[in-house]
Design a protein around this ligand. Structure first.
Ligand SMILES: *Cc1c(COP(=O)(O)O)cnc(C)c1O
Length: 362
């Protein structure tokens, strides 16, 4: 069998979830959209089911997969509904729903529901993607209450630059939010992973945080480009690994792989690893991208191809055919691989495909 696989450490997932709660002092919706950032939404949600306050997904299709798997905790649809007729299923399956646009409020007013909904009313506090304009926020809140179709409204917004430690935009967005919600007494949810990890002082002052929405930190990857104190406490959940399936001894001057993107500068021992961009390993990872071979640091060389990539074994005489290779995991951080490839850990996790996922820790 092809040795490429991704190990998913569910104890690490639970550790990271607890850290999000501890750092924020808030209830936490575990964000498991996009198949839990490639980690498998059903297994991740099941692993957290005993303790998570709820889950968040992008859309109803993702929520229904969790309900079918027996997840009974609250599930929030982060983009709400895309068409009004989804409200029937939202009602039927007890889903929570973000409301980010005027037309969604009108749809709720006209909906036939068996019971009132829990909605999260999203303010555009400066990201300028979705959400109500601050001038319309209070009116939207009152209309939803008056509709009789809603039993609870959580006030929410989303940060655009919380991953930039010195950036003032986060406190500016918070100020816009505070002004827009002035006088509304309701629960609040503002923080994603970088805001949970990086901005505790901002929320201690205002107290405005009942719910947090950690995503990437649950999977143990940092959202920051630089080292960060709290992010260092995260435990990587996914280990992407494979094996050396072929070894070549090349004299100096010989090229390796497509496009001859690597040319041996010295006599070089090349290991071929069963892992490629069809598995989600980033094709743009350059020569020098870190890997671990039998627990020893090594480097990628040459161009990543569809099913294989090559590593430099010259300084690892013990390594050879069958050696275990960690592409990312507890030793090689996914964020470092992402950075080398001009990507982010979010994307390299979401790109994972073809490799079987193996769950550890129940
Ligand atoms: C995806 C998402 C999150 C989680 O973001 P992370 O940076 O992964 O923590 C939180 N809130 C909303 C609205 C999202 O869409």
């Amino acid at each position: 069998m092809r040795p490429a696989r991704a190990l998913i450490d569910l104890d690490a997932l639970r550790h990271n979830y607890r850290l999000a709660r501890e750092l924020s002092g808030a209830r936490a919706l575990a964000v498991v959209k996009a198949d839990a950032y490639g980690h498998g939404a059903v297994r991740c949600a099941q692993a957290l089911a005993g303790e998570a306050d709820g889950f968040a997904v992008a859309c109803i299709e993702e929520a229904l997969v969790l309900r079918e798997a027996g997840i009974v905790a609250p599930i929030l649809l982060l983009e709400g509904f895309f068409e009004a007729d989804e409200l029937t299923l939202i009602d039927q399956h007890d889903l929570w729903c973000v409301i980010h646009a005027q037309w969604q409020i009108e749809a709720i007013e006209q909906a036939q529901l068996s019971k009132p909904l829990t909605v999260w009313l999203k303010l555009d506090s400066g990201m300028h993607r979705v959400g109500l304009h601050p001038a319309d926020y209070q009116n939207a809140y009152r209309r939803l209450l008056a509709s009789g179709k809603v039993s609870k409204i959580v006030l929410m917004s989303h940060f655009a630059r919380a991953d930039e430690p010195e950036c003032e935009r986060t406190s500016e967005q918070l100020a816009v939010f505070q002004q827009a919600r002035d006088g509304l007494s309701a629960e609040v949810s503002l923080r994603n992973s970088p805001a949970v990890l990086g901005w505790p002082q901002l929320f201690e002052k205002t107290g405005a945080s009942d719910w947090v929405r950690p995503g990437i930190m649950l999977y143990g990857a940092t959202p920051f480009e630089q080292a960060q104190q709290q992010a260092a406490r995260l435990q990587p959940v996914m280990t992407l690994e494979s094996k050396v399936i072929s070894v070549r001894e090349l004299p100096a001057g010989e090229p390796v792989g497509y496009g001859a993107r690597f040319i041996a500068e010295r006599p070089t021992r090349v290991g071929v690893v069963a892992m490629g961009y069809a598995d989600g390993y980033p094709r743009h990872a350059p020569t020098g991208t870190p890997v671990m071979v039998d627990g020893q640091p090594a480097r990628l060389i040459g161009r990543v191809s569809m099913d294989m990539l090559t590593v430099d074994l010259t300084d690892l005489p013990q390594a050879g055919l069958g050696s275990r290779v960690e592409l990312w995991g507890k030793q090689v951080l996914a964020s470092d691989v992402a950075m080398a490839a001009g990507s982010i850990p979010y994307q390299i996790f979401c790109n994972l495909r073809r490799v079987p996922l193996l769950y550890l820790g129940g």
